[in-house]
Write a protein that binds this ligand. Structure first.
Ligand code: GLU
Length: 445
Protein backbone atom coordinates (compact mmCIF):
# COMPACT_ATOMS: atom_id res chain seq x y z
CA UNK A 1 0.00 0.00 0.00
CA UNK A 2 1.05 3.58 -0.72
CA UNK A 3 2.98 4.99 2.29
CA UNK A 4 0.87 8.18 2.47
CA UNK A 5 -2.28 6.07 2.66
CA UNK A 6 -0.78 3.70 5.23
CA UNK A 7 -0.61 6.47 7.80
CA UNK A 8 -4.23 7.43 7.18
CA UNK A 9 -5.27 3.77 7.35
CA UNK A 10 -3.52 3.32 10.71
CA UNK A 11 -5.37 6.30 12.15
CA UNK A 12 -8.72 5.04 10.84
CA UNK A 13 -8.17 1.56 12.31
CA UNK A 14 -7.09 2.98 15.67
CA UNK A 15 -10.09 5.32 15.80
CA UNK A 16 -12.51 2.44 15.20
CA UNK A 17 -11.32 -0.41 17.43
CA UNK A 18 -12.97 -3.83 17.33
CA UNK A 19 -14.73 -3.30 14.00
CA UNK A 20 -13.05 -6.04 11.95
CA UNK A 21 -15.39 -5.93 8.96
CA UNK A 22 -15.14 -2.13 8.69
CA UNK A 23 -11.34 -2.42 8.81
CA UNK A 24 -11.42 -5.04 6.05
CA UNK A 25 -13.57 -2.86 3.78
CA UNK A 26 -11.41 0.22 4.38
CA UNK A 27 -8.11 -1.60 3.75
CA UNK A 28 -9.42 -3.13 0.54
CA UNK A 29 -10.35 0.30 -0.83
CA UNK A 30 -7.11 1.97 0.33
CA UNK A 31 -5.04 -0.68 -1.46
CA UNK A 32 -6.46 0.56 -4.78
CA UNK A 33 -6.11 4.28 -4.24
CA UNK A 34 -2.35 4.98 -4.36
CA UNK A 35 -2.26 5.84 -8.09
CA UNK A 36 -5.25 8.19 -7.75
CA UNK A 37 -3.42 10.25 -5.16
CA UNK A 38 -0.38 10.52 -7.45
CA UNK A 39 -2.62 12.15 -10.04
CA UNK A 40 -4.74 14.12 -7.59
CA UNK A 41 -2.63 15.54 -4.76
CA UNK A 42 -5.55 17.88 -4.04
CA UNK A 43 -7.46 14.91 -2.55
CA UNK A 44 -4.74 14.45 0.09
CA UNK A 45 -4.56 18.20 0.66
CA UNK A 46 -8.28 18.32 1.42
CA UNK A 47 -8.14 15.17 3.62
CA UNK A 48 -10.79 13.50 1.46
CA UNK A 49 -9.91 10.00 2.66
CA UNK A 50 -9.95 10.91 6.34
CA UNK A 51 -13.34 12.55 5.85
CA UNK A 52 -14.71 9.63 3.84
CA UNK A 53 -13.86 7.17 6.61
CA UNK A 54 -15.68 9.21 9.26
CA UNK A 55 -19.46 8.83 8.85
CA UNK A 56 -21.34 12.11 8.68
CA UNK A 57 -23.69 10.82 11.38
CA UNK A 58 -24.10 7.57 13.38
CA UNK A 59 -27.33 6.82 15.18
CA UNK A 60 -27.67 4.00 17.72
CA UNK A 61 -30.96 3.46 19.53
CA UNK A 62 -32.94 1.14 21.78
CA UNK A 63 -35.73 -0.90 20.18
CA UNK A 64 -38.14 -2.22 22.82
CA UNK A 65 -40.99 -4.53 21.78
CA UNK A 66 -43.11 -7.34 23.21
CA UNK A 67 -43.09 -10.90 21.92
CA UNK A 68 -46.13 -13.14 21.51
CA UNK A 69 -45.82 -14.30 25.12
CA UNK A 70 -46.04 -10.70 26.32
CA UNK A 71 -42.37 -10.62 27.35
CA UNK A 72 -40.39 -7.43 26.84
CA UNK A 73 -37.54 -7.74 24.32
CA UNK A 74 -34.78 -5.22 23.72
CA UNK A 75 -32.76 -4.91 20.54
CA UNK A 76 -30.31 -2.34 19.27
CA UNK A 77 -31.03 -0.26 16.17
CA UNK A 78 -28.47 1.46 13.93
CA UNK A 79 -28.40 3.92 11.09
CA UNK A 80 -25.04 5.12 9.83
CA UNK A 81 -25.39 8.09 7.48
CA UNK A 82 -22.02 7.80 5.85
CA UNK A 83 -21.74 10.20 2.95
CA UNK A 84 -24.15 12.58 1.20
CA UNK A 85 -21.85 14.08 -1.45
CA UNK A 86 -23.86 12.61 -4.34
CA UNK A 87 -27.38 12.54 -2.92
CA UNK A 88 -29.46 11.56 0.11
CA UNK A 89 -28.00 8.70 2.16
CA UNK A 90 -29.15 5.47 0.53
CA UNK A 91 -28.75 1.88 1.62
CA UNK A 92 -30.53 -1.02 3.20
CA UNK A 93 -31.46 -2.17 6.68
CA UNK A 94 -30.16 -5.54 7.87
CA UNK A 95 -31.95 -7.49 10.61
CA UNK A 96 -29.65 -10.30 11.73
CA UNK A 97 -28.20 -11.35 15.11
CA UNK A 98 -24.65 -10.65 13.84
CA UNK A 99 -25.39 -6.93 13.31
CA UNK A 100 -23.26 -4.50 15.34
CA UNK A 101 -21.71 -1.15 14.52
CA UNK A 102 -18.73 -2.69 12.66
CA UNK A 103 -21.03 -4.53 10.23
CA UNK A 104 -23.22 -1.50 9.60
CA UNK A 105 -20.12 0.65 8.98
CA UNK A 106 -18.56 -1.82 6.55
CA UNK A 107 -21.80 -1.97 4.62
CA UNK A 108 -22.28 1.80 4.72
CA UNK A 109 -18.71 2.42 3.58
CA UNK A 110 -19.04 0.04 0.63
CA UNK A 111 -22.39 1.59 -0.20
CA UNK A 112 -20.77 5.00 -0.85
CA UNK A 113 -18.69 3.64 -3.74
CA UNK A 114 -21.35 1.24 -4.99
CA UNK A 115 -23.92 3.99 -5.21
CA UNK A 116 -21.44 6.30 -6.94
CA UNK A 117 -20.74 3.62 -9.55
CA UNK A 118 -24.43 3.36 -10.46
CA UNK A 119 -24.30 6.94 -11.79
CA UNK A 120 -27.50 7.71 -9.84
CA UNK A 121 -27.82 10.67 -7.42
CA UNK A 122 -27.54 8.72 -4.16
CA UNK A 123 -25.20 8.98 -1.17
CA UNK A 124 -24.23 6.10 1.08
CA UNK A 125 -25.75 4.81 4.32
CA UNK A 126 -26.75 1.61 6.03
CA UNK A 127 -28.65 0.49 9.09
CA UNK A 128 -30.23 -2.41 10.84
CA UNK A 129 -30.59 -4.27 14.07
CA UNK A 130 -29.41 -7.37 15.89
CA UNK A 131 -33.07 -8.51 15.85
CA UNK A 132 -33.40 -12.07 14.52
CA UNK A 133 -36.59 -12.45 12.45
CA UNK A 134 -36.09 -16.22 12.12
CA UNK A 135 -38.84 -18.08 13.98
CA UNK A 136 -40.75 -14.89 14.79
CA UNK A 137 -44.44 -14.55 13.94
CA UNK A 138 -45.70 -11.85 11.57
CA UNK A 139 -47.15 -10.04 14.56
CA UNK A 140 -43.79 -10.00 16.34
CA UNK A 141 -42.01 -8.77 13.23
CA UNK A 142 -44.63 -6.03 12.89
CA UNK A 143 -44.25 -4.88 16.49
CA UNK A 144 -40.49 -4.86 16.12
CA UNK A 145 -40.65 -2.84 12.87
CA UNK A 146 -43.08 -0.35 14.40
CA UNK A 147 -40.81 0.22 17.38
CA UNK A 148 -37.73 0.50 15.14
CA UNK A 149 -39.43 3.12 12.96
CA UNK A 150 -40.72 5.05 15.97
CA UNK A 151 -37.11 6.16 16.49
CA UNK A 152 -35.83 6.00 12.91
CA UNK A 153 -38.55 8.23 11.38
CA UNK A 154 -37.00 11.45 12.73
CA UNK A 155 -33.72 10.77 10.89
CA UNK A 156 -34.97 9.81 7.43
CA UNK A 157 -36.87 11.39 4.54
CA UNK A 158 -37.11 11.55 0.79
CA UNK A 159 -34.37 14.23 0.64
CA UNK A 160 -32.40 13.07 3.68
CA UNK A 161 -31.97 9.33 3.99
CA UNK A 162 -33.80 6.55 2.15
CA UNK A 163 -33.53 3.05 3.68
CA UNK A 164 -34.43 -0.21 1.93
CA UNK A 165 -34.01 -3.93 2.56
CA UNK A 166 -31.00 -6.16 3.07
CA UNK A 167 -30.60 -9.51 4.84
CA UNK A 168 -33.71 -10.13 6.99
CA UNK A 169 -35.60 -7.15 5.56
CA UNK A 170 -37.87 -7.83 2.58
CA UNK A 171 -41.27 -6.72 1.36
CA UNK A 172 -43.05 -7.67 4.60
CA UNK A 173 -40.73 -5.59 6.79
CA UNK A 174 -40.67 -2.61 4.41
CA UNK A 175 -44.50 -2.66 4.53
CA UNK A 176 -44.62 -2.47 8.33
CA UNK A 177 -41.88 0.18 8.40
CA UNK A 178 -43.64 2.31 5.78
CA UNK A 179 -46.98 2.03 7.56
CA UNK A 180 -45.51 3.26 10.83
CA UNK A 181 -43.64 6.13 9.12
CA UNK A 182 -46.86 7.26 7.47
CA UNK A 183 -48.77 7.02 10.72
CA UNK A 184 -46.26 9.03 12.74
CA UNK A 185 -45.63 11.74 10.17
CA UNK A 186 -49.11 11.88 8.63
CA UNK A 187 -47.43 11.96 5.20
CA UNK A 188 -47.69 9.55 2.30
CA UNK A 189 -44.03 10.10 1.44
CA UNK A 190 -43.41 7.30 -1.04
CA UNK A 191 -39.77 8.21 -1.60
CA UNK A 192 -38.75 7.65 2.03
CA UNK A 193 -38.24 3.89 1.62
CA UNK A 194 -37.59 1.65 -1.37
CA UNK A 195 -38.51 -1.98 -1.90
CA UNK A 196 -42.18 -1.15 -1.40
CA UNK A 197 -45.01 -3.34 -2.69
CA UNK A 198 -45.96 -2.76 -6.30
CA UNK A 199 -49.49 -1.50 -5.52
CA UNK A 200 -48.28 1.13 -3.04
CA UNK A 201 -45.32 2.85 -4.68
CA UNK A 202 -42.87 0.04 -5.35
CA UNK A 203 -41.06 -0.59 -8.62
CA UNK A 204 -41.29 -3.60 -10.86
CA UNK A 205 -37.95 -5.43 -11.10
CA UNK A 206 -36.79 -4.16 -7.67
CA UNK A 207 -37.21 -7.64 -6.09
CA UNK A 208 -35.23 -9.26 -8.91
CA UNK A 209 -32.72 -6.46 -9.38
CA UNK A 210 -29.74 -7.47 -7.24
CA UNK A 211 -29.62 -11.08 -8.48
CA UNK A 212 -30.37 -10.12 -12.10
CA UNK A 213 -27.80 -7.33 -11.99
CA UNK A 214 -25.09 -9.62 -10.63
CA UNK A 215 -25.62 -12.00 -13.53
CA UNK A 216 -25.69 -9.18 -16.09
CA UNK A 217 -22.40 -7.79 -14.72
CA UNK A 218 -20.83 -11.25 -14.75
CA UNK A 219 -22.04 -11.82 -18.32
CA UNK A 220 -20.23 -8.61 -19.32
CA UNK A 221 -17.04 -9.92 -17.69
CA UNK A 222 -17.41 -13.25 -19.50
CA UNK A 223 -17.82 -11.42 -22.81
CA UNK A 224 -14.32 -9.94 -22.39
CA UNK A 225 -13.03 -13.53 -22.66
CA UNK A 226 -15.20 -14.30 -25.65
CA UNK A 227 -17.67 -16.43 -23.70
CA UNK A 228 -21.03 -16.10 -21.88
CA UNK A 229 -23.29 -17.79 -19.31
CA UNK A 230 -24.58 -20.14 -21.98
CA UNK A 231 -23.41 -23.66 -21.08
CA UNK A 232 -21.66 -22.66 -17.83
CA UNK A 233 -21.88 -24.77 -14.69
CA UNK A 234 -22.79 -22.35 -11.91
CA UNK A 235 -22.77 -22.55 -8.13
CA UNK A 236 -24.70 -19.93 -6.15
CA UNK A 237 -24.39 -19.58 -2.39
CA UNK A 238 -27.39 -18.53 -0.35
CA UNK A 239 -31.06 -19.01 -1.14
CA UNK A 240 -32.53 -15.65 -0.22
CA UNK A 241 -33.81 -12.96 -2.55
CA UNK A 242 -30.45 -12.24 -4.21
CA UNK A 243 -29.54 -15.90 -4.71
CA UNK A 244 -32.93 -16.96 -6.09
CA UNK A 245 -32.95 -14.23 -8.71
CA UNK A 246 -29.33 -14.90 -9.64
CA UNK A 247 -30.26 -18.55 -10.22
CA UNK A 248 -33.24 -17.52 -12.35
CA UNK A 249 -31.27 -15.09 -14.52
CA UNK A 250 -28.22 -17.36 -14.96
CA UNK A 251 -30.49 -20.17 -16.13
CA UNK A 252 -32.42 -17.81 -18.43
CA UNK A 253 -29.06 -17.10 -20.09
CA UNK A 254 -28.44 -20.81 -20.65
CA UNK A 255 -26.38 -21.81 -17.62
CA UNK A 256 -27.08 -24.75 -15.34
CA UNK A 257 -27.07 -23.78 -11.67
CA UNK A 258 -26.15 -27.00 -9.88
CA UNK A 259 -26.08 -25.91 -6.24
CA UNK A 260 -27.24 -23.33 -3.71
CA UNK A 261 -27.12 -23.16 0.09
CA UNK A 262 -28.61 -21.89 3.33
CA UNK A 263 -27.06 -21.58 6.78
CA UNK A 264 -27.71 -25.30 7.49
CA UNK A 265 -26.33 -26.90 4.32
CA UNK A 266 -26.51 -27.03 0.56
CA UNK A 267 -28.31 -28.86 -2.23
CA UNK A 268 -26.77 -30.30 -5.37
CA UNK A 269 -29.20 -30.54 -8.26
CA UNK A 270 -27.33 -31.62 -11.38
CA UNK A 271 -30.38 -31.10 -13.60
CA UNK A 272 -30.40 -27.42 -12.68
CA UNK A 273 -32.19 -25.78 -9.75
CA UNK A 274 -35.99 -25.66 -10.13
CA UNK A 275 -36.53 -21.95 -9.46
CA UNK A 276 -40.29 -22.33 -8.99
CA UNK A 277 -39.84 -24.92 -6.26
CA UNK A 278 -37.03 -22.91 -4.66
CA UNK A 279 -39.28 -19.82 -4.50
CA UNK A 280 -42.12 -21.90 -3.07
CA UNK A 281 -39.96 -23.36 -0.29
CA UNK A 282 -37.92 -20.27 0.61
CA UNK A 283 -40.25 -17.35 -0.12
CA UNK A 284 -43.82 -18.63 0.23
CA UNK A 285 -43.23 -21.15 3.03
CA UNK A 286 -40.17 -19.42 4.59
CA UNK A 287 -38.78 -22.97 4.87
CA UNK A 288 -35.34 -24.59 4.68
CA UNK A 289 -33.41 -25.89 1.68
CA UNK A 290 -33.63 -29.39 3.07
CA UNK A 291 -37.34 -29.28 2.19
CA UNK A 292 -36.38 -28.53 -1.43
CA UNK A 293 -34.33 -31.73 -1.57
CA UNK A 294 -37.18 -33.78 -0.12
CA UNK A 295 -39.58 -32.59 -2.83
CA UNK A 296 -37.51 -33.16 -5.96
CA UNK A 297 -35.85 -36.32 -7.20
CA UNK A 298 -32.18 -36.50 -8.06
CA UNK A 299 -31.27 -33.83 -5.51
CA UNK A 300 -28.78 -34.42 -2.74
CA UNK A 301 -28.70 -32.37 0.45
CA UNK A 302 -25.45 -31.92 2.34
CA UNK A 303 -25.87 -30.90 5.97
CA UNK A 304 -23.19 -28.39 7.01
CA UNK A 305 -20.11 -28.29 4.78
CA UNK A 306 -19.34 -25.70 2.15
CA UNK A 307 -21.17 -25.20 -1.13
CA UNK A 308 -17.77 -24.19 -2.58
CA UNK A 309 -16.84 -27.89 -2.53
CA UNK A 310 -19.05 -28.22 -5.61
CA UNK A 311 -17.02 -27.46 -8.74
CA UNK A 312 -18.21 -24.77 -11.10
CA UNK A 313 -17.06 -22.62 -13.99
CA UNK A 314 -18.88 -19.59 -12.56
CA UNK A 315 -19.42 -18.89 -8.85
CA UNK A 316 -21.93 -16.37 -7.52
CA UNK A 317 -21.61 -15.85 -3.76
CA UNK A 318 -24.97 -14.40 -2.72
CA UNK A 319 -25.12 -15.20 1.01
CA UNK A 320 -23.10 -12.95 3.32
CA UNK A 321 -19.73 -11.40 4.18
CA UNK A 322 -16.61 -13.56 4.37
CA UNK A 323 -18.39 -16.74 3.28
CA UNK A 324 -15.67 -17.67 0.78
CA UNK A 325 -12.13 -17.98 2.14
CA UNK A 326 -8.71 -18.57 0.59
CA UNK A 327 -8.96 -22.37 0.77
CA UNK A 328 -12.35 -22.41 -0.92
CA UNK A 329 -11.04 -20.01 -3.56
CA UNK A 330 -8.02 -22.25 -4.26
CA UNK A 331 -10.31 -25.28 -4.59
CA UNK A 332 -12.62 -23.49 -7.02
CA UNK A 333 -9.64 -22.35 -9.10
CA UNK A 334 -8.21 -25.89 -9.19
CA UNK A 335 -11.59 -27.15 -10.36
CA UNK A 336 -11.70 -24.86 -13.38
CA UNK A 337 -13.36 -21.62 -12.23
CA UNK A 338 -13.58 -18.93 -14.93
CA UNK A 339 -15.44 -16.12 -13.19
CA UNK A 340 -16.90 -14.99 -9.91
CA UNK A 341 -19.56 -12.32 -9.43
CA UNK A 342 -20.32 -11.17 -5.89
CA UNK A 343 -24.07 -10.86 -5.27
CA UNK A 344 -23.50 -10.41 -1.53
CA UNK A 345 -21.52 -7.63 0.13
CA UNK A 346 -17.85 -8.59 0.70
CA UNK A 347 -18.44 -12.37 0.52
CA UNK A 348 -14.83 -13.11 -0.45
CA UNK A 349 -12.08 -12.74 2.15
CA UNK A 350 -8.95 -10.81 1.26
CA UNK A 351 -7.11 -14.12 0.84
CA UNK A 352 -9.76 -15.40 -1.55
CA UNK A 353 -9.57 -12.26 -3.70
CA UNK A 354 -5.78 -12.64 -3.89
CA UNK A 355 -6.17 -16.25 -5.04
CA UNK A 356 -8.66 -15.28 -7.76
CA UNK A 357 -6.55 -12.41 -9.00
CA UNK A 358 -3.33 -14.43 -9.09
CA UNK A 359 -5.08 -17.17 -11.05
CA UNK A 360 -6.39 -14.66 -13.59
CA UNK A 361 -10.01 -15.54 -12.79
CA UNK A 362 -12.52 -12.80 -13.66
CA UNK A 363 -13.48 -11.28 -10.30
CA UNK A 364 -16.43 -8.88 -10.01
CA UNK A 365 -16.45 -7.27 -6.54
CA UNK A 366 -19.80 -6.75 -4.81
CA UNK A 367 -19.72 -2.98 -4.91
CA UNK A 368 -19.88 -3.24 -8.71
CA UNK A 369 -21.54 -6.61 -9.34
CA UNK A 370 -24.42 -6.26 -6.86
CA UNK A 371 -25.16 -2.58 -7.46
CA UNK A 372 -28.27 -3.42 -9.48
CA UNK A 373 -30.39 -3.57 -6.32
CA UNK A 374 -29.65 -0.09 -5.12
CA UNK A 375 -29.68 1.23 -8.70
CA UNK A 376 -33.24 -0.04 -9.09
CA UNK A 377 -34.06 1.55 -5.74
CA UNK A 378 -32.98 4.82 -7.34
CA UNK A 379 -35.31 4.03 -10.25
CA UNK A 380 -38.08 3.47 -7.67
CA UNK A 381 -37.29 6.93 -6.23
CA UNK A 382 -37.54 8.42 -9.74
CA UNK A 383 -40.94 6.83 -10.27
CA UNK A 384 -42.11 8.06 -6.85
CA UNK A 385 -40.91 11.61 -7.56
CA UNK A 386 -42.83 11.70 -10.84
CA UNK A 387 -45.82 9.73 -9.47
CA UNK A 388 -45.35 7.28 -12.29
CA UNK A 389 -44.82 3.55 -12.61
CA UNK A 390 -42.90 1.95 -15.40
CA UNK A 391 -43.38 -1.38 -17.17
CA UNK A 392 -41.29 -4.42 -16.32
CA UNK A 393 -39.59 -4.30 -19.72
CA UNK A 394 -38.64 -0.63 -19.48
CA UNK A 395 -37.32 -0.98 -15.92
CA UNK A 396 -35.37 -4.14 -16.73
CA UNK A 397 -33.81 -2.39 -19.73
CA UNK A 398 -32.76 0.51 -17.47
CA UNK A 399 -31.21 -2.00 -15.04
CA UNK A 400 -29.36 -3.74 -17.87
CA UNK A 401 -28.04 -0.42 -19.20
CA UNK A 402 -26.87 0.56 -15.71
CA UNK A 403 -25.05 -2.75 -15.14
CA UNK A 404 -23.39 -2.61 -18.55
CA UNK A 405 -22.40 0.97 -17.72
CA UNK A 406 -20.90 -0.05 -14.35
CA UNK A 407 -18.93 -2.82 -16.04
CA UNK A 408 -17.67 -0.35 -18.62
CA UNK A 409 -16.68 2.20 -15.94
CA UNK A 410 -14.77 -0.44 -13.93
CA UNK A 411 -13.04 -1.92 -16.97
CA UNK A 412 -12.07 1.40 -18.50
CA UNK A 413 -10.80 2.76 -15.16
CA UNK A 414 -8.67 -0.38 -14.73
CA UNK A 415 -7.28 0.15 -18.25
CA UNK A 416 -6.63 3.83 -17.58
CA UNK A 417 -4.61 2.96 -14.47
CA UNK A 418 -2.61 0.29 -16.28
CA UNK A 419 -4.25 -2.78 -14.71
CA UNK A 420 -6.61 -4.16 -17.34
CA UNK A 421 -9.09 -6.71 -16.01
CA UNK A 422 -8.66 -5.62 -12.38
CA UNK A 423 -12.28 -4.91 -11.48
CA UNK A 424 -11.41 -4.34 -7.81
CA UNK A 425 -9.18 -1.43 -8.74
CA UNK A 426 -11.63 -0.20 -11.37
CA UNK A 427 -14.59 -0.21 -8.96
CA UNK A 428 -12.71 1.39 -6.09
CA UNK A 429 -11.14 4.15 -8.16
CA UNK A 430 -14.22 4.69 -10.32
CA UNK A 431 -16.48 5.14 -7.28
CA UNK A 432 -13.95 7.08 -5.22
CA UNK A 433 -13.08 9.75 -7.80
CA UNK A 434 -16.73 10.64 -8.31
CA UNK A 435 -17.35 11.08 -4.59
CA UNK A 436 -14.03 12.88 -4.01
CA UNK A 437 -14.73 15.40 -6.79
CA UNK A 438 -18.16 16.16 -5.33
CA UNK A 439 -16.73 16.53 -1.81
CA UNK A 440 -14.07 18.96 -3.06
CA UNK A 441 -16.67 21.01 -4.89
CA UNK A 442 -18.92 21.22 -1.83
CA UNK A 443 -16.21 22.58 0.50
CA UNK A 444 -15.19 21.50 3.99
CA UNK A 445 -18.32 19.99 5.48
N1 GLU B 1 -29.08 -3.63 0.63
C1 GLU B 1 -28.88 -3.48 -0.77
C2 GLU B 1 -27.41 -3.22 -1.03
O1 GLU B 1 -26.58 -3.78 -0.37
C3 GLU B 1 -29.84 -2.50 -1.42
C4 GLU B 1 -29.86 -1.13 -0.85
C5 GLU B 1 -30.97 -0.24 -1.40
O2 GLU B 1 -31.73 -0.65 -2.25
O3 GLU B 1 -31.01 0.92 -0.94
O4 GLU B 1 -27.01 -2.49 -1.91
Amino acid sequence: MDARLEAIRDTVLARNPGEAEFHQAVVEVFESLGPVHDRHPEFLEAAILERLCEPERQIIFRVPWTDDQGRVQINRGFRVEFNSALGPYKGGLRFHPSVYLGIVKFLGFEQIFKNALTGMPIGGGKGGSDFDPRGRSDAEVMRFCQSFMTELYRHIGEYTDVPAGDIGVGGREIGYLFGQYKRITNRYESGVLTGKGISWGGSLVRPEATGFGTVIFTEEMLKTRGTSFDGQRVVVSGSGNVAINAVAKAQALGATVVACSDSSGYVVDEAGIDVGLLRQVKETERGRLKDYSLRRSGVSYVEGGSVWDVDATVALPCATQNELDGDAAARLVRNGLLAIGEGANMPSTREAIAVFQEAGVLFGPGKAANAGGVATSALEMQQNASRDSWSFEHTEQRLTDIMVGIHHRCASTADEYGQPGNYVLGANIGGFVKVADAMLAQGLI
